[in-house]
Design a protein around this ligand. Sequence first.
Ligand SMILES: Cc1ncc(COP(=O)(O)O)c(C=O)c1O
Length: 440
Amino acid sequence: MTMTNGYSPADAERLSDKERSLIERRERLLGPAYRLFYERPLHTVRGEGVWLYDEQGRQYLDAYNNVASVGHCHPRVVEAIARQAAVLNTHTRYLQEGILDYAEDLLGTFPAELSQVMFTCTGSEANDLALRIARHHTGGSGVIVTRFAYHGVTGDISELSPALGSGITLPAHARTVRAPDAYRLGAENVARLLAEDVRAAIADLRAHGIKPAALLVDGIFASDGVFAGPAGLLAEAVAVARAEGLLYIADEVQSGFARTGEHMWGFQRHGVQPDLVTLGKPMGNGQPIAGVVARPQVLESFGRSVRYFNTFGGNPVSCAAGQAVLDVIRDEGLQQRSERLGSYLREGFQRLARRHELIGDVRGAGLFLGVELVADRATKAPAAAQTRRVVNAMRERGVLISAAGPQENILKIRPLLAFQQAHADLLIETLDAALGEVAG
Ligand SMILES: Cc1ncc(COP(=O)(O)O)c(C=O)c1O
């Protein structure tokens, strides 16, 4: 997978002996497939709230990691994990109440029709399971995803993740559609274009003798470049898919758990009703827990004919972490904060756009923000090299963000939901300085 914001051996000269030796050890022990962020990779040793700390004790404002969403090492999550780990940690083949209490609470955040949940450990597994369920239910195999989608790492799902790079070959049963890039395609057009693309993809699958099973979409189109609006843009495409007998799988691994502000779940911004919803990342604030939420009718035949067991999925410690995360989101008003600080940051970035020509577009929902950098506002030519420099200049100044999109020219900014206004101010000031440095 290409990664503009990645470390390359060409950057080794700037590193300390210790950093070079850690990198050498990683490559020797972990092999060549892993990537590190930043020209000068960060050696993190500790996290607390919105901060990560390196070996020298320097602090970094975390505006990137959407896993430790309620704050690094949040005391309530840590306490819940430790308490449950000290009592019992088994699996779902015994009667236990914790998993049921958590399932009830979690499902209570969904529309009433989505009333059952199956637990996995990762978002990839959740998408894999959702796809199996959709195929079983529809009797089809075809899947529609966006052109630069990322949905995970299992065999089936990595093939549906073109963002993994040129090593991925789209299988015969998959079709891609354009992401709703309102900046380039026009906000007034994206809903219609997406629906047209989905209709054409379905027709093409059928023309090749492939029965379509599912439309699988990340509600914030993160890897495609962060496309949040206009709200409602998914409705037409989902209606087309549904009318043609496909299931709509909402991948909420990125956009779920209050990240997009106005609602708990990203699909709710678009006024659509999924058949299956996949969850992950922030669900346990770092404890591996993920899952598939479903309409019971969709689970029915799969559940009757296929036995499901996932050794670690839904274990008591993970459920305790998940419960603590839900409690913290509610008790600390994090959804409201995501909405409020998200607007505050977008306004701040728009102010920066008046002074920094590099900024072509500011977008996002809640605390999932994209700032697209262009070499020329008229042609919208992607400014990938400058994006890399801005991300690294931010890192040097102690604020962590990254880049997204096929050209990796979109600053991907996902502050922890635990951000306060002062942290948002620091993020805006630092971006101002980094843009100034790169332009100068
Ligand atoms: C939209 C989306 N879906 C699924 C996944 C896969 O989740 P995991 O890495 O937990 O397997 C990711 C991970 O980045 C993701 O961004």
